[in-house]
Design a protein around this ligand. Structure first.
Ligand code: ADP
Ligand code: MG
Length: 154
């Protein structure tokens, strides 16, 4: 049988950071080691807020902020969690191919902000479990779209 990859799409509107964090927590409950979630959206849309909610639900303690001086952070948790932000990385191709391998792998649950053109590289390191897109909706309103790929079956 051909490989099946069901996709469910959900669309939410939030009006506070805690609501966006709660969506992240809800997605986190569906994730397993070896999976990565791609998080897209303009600056200030709420990508890091969403990831923070997911990290909390996965057992990460302490601050969850956008990585600043590196492309990513690793947080200890029952299943280790990585948080990568590629905003300042103009393109990984031709650069150190191991750059992302420090953060994505079979033992980790990973979140990548600004995945842009790196999906092939990311997909080689982890299973893309979901794509999240967050858009400004005026004031504190945000539109959060979550496309989850169901577990692939052989
Ligand atoms: P990004 O990582 O996409 O650049 P952040 O999560 O770092 O965005 O920042 C989102 C900003 O928007 C924060 O200052 C947060 O307080 C604010 N905000 C206001 N309303 C919301 C909402 N509904 N969801 C998420 N963030 C919100
Ligand atoms: Mg961010």
């Amino acid at each position: 049988m051909p490989r099946r990859n069901e996709v469910t799409r959900e669309r939410y509107e939030t009006t506070s950071t805690s609501q966006t964090e709660a969506l992240g927590a809800g997605l986190a409950a569906t994730l397993s080691a070896g999976e990565v979630v791609l998080v897209e959206g303009e600056l200030g849309a709420g990508k890091t807020t969403f990831v923070r909610g997911a990290c909390r639900a996965l057992g990460v303690r302490g601050p969850v902020t956008s990585p600043t001086f590196t492309i990513g952070q690793r947080y200890p948790a029952p299943v280790p969690v990585s948080h990568v932000d590629l905003f300042r990385v103009p393109g990984l191709r031709g650069e150190d191919p191991d750059l992302l391998a420090d953060y994505l792998g079979p033992d980790t649950i990973a979140f990548v902000e600004w995945p842009r053109g790196e999906e092939d590289v990311l997909a080689g390191l982890a299973r893309i479990a979901a794509r999240v897109r967050i858009a400004h909706g005026g004031g504190d309103r945000r539109v959060v779209e979550i496309a989850s790929s169901g577990t692939a079956t052989a």
